[in-house]
Design a protein around this ligand. Sequence first.
Ligand code: CA
Length: 222
Amino acid sequence: MQVLLVEDEVMVARALSEALRKSGLAVDLAQDGEEAWYLAGTGQYAAIVLDIGLPRVDGLTVMKRLRNEGVSTPILILSARGSWPERVAGINAGADDYLPKPFETEELLARVHGLIRRSSGVTATRLGAAGLEIDPASATVTVNGDSVDLTQMEYRLLFHLASNAGKVIPAAELAESLYSHNHERDTNAIEVLVGRLRRKIGKDYIQTRRGFGYAFKGQAQS
Ligand code: CA
């Protein structure tokens, strides 16, 4: 799953990208309002984290433009602490949630994952199947109670499949959700990744549908 992070402060952007990636999401970064508007217009994101104070075009204007164009991607806005008129304006302009700066990274992650869950209709806070449990908040996986050590890419792949349990996801779509837009999308890499994942979690959770893609066997658990 891919999110768009719009933040012009380089150090903050770097830290947040890293944290979002560790939590299982692919991240595209925009550092000004024009770029944010351009990227968000593609509609490929599961959520957008949007700073309000941005160069070129401010965050509120970006959001108004997107909503006017019918882009319904959930948006979390970041605003300066104490600037309540900004937050009210943000919510009126179509924000789904807001977070005043400064904030704890854990809170941002919880809110972003909450937005994605709500918009995808998945109400369970944990995903999984018989014996396998995924905790999106901590990006951890257990099989029969034992924690499994996954790489970021393995976790992202599993998270994406489990979020769409029962559906067959084409390898090309998985590659797209795993890598950011400027990264090479290689479906062979997905096959390799699925193989590694199966060795770690067991071979029965992910099914291969030859010529179609991959499906996670199991249902979201509450
Ligand atoms: Ca800013």
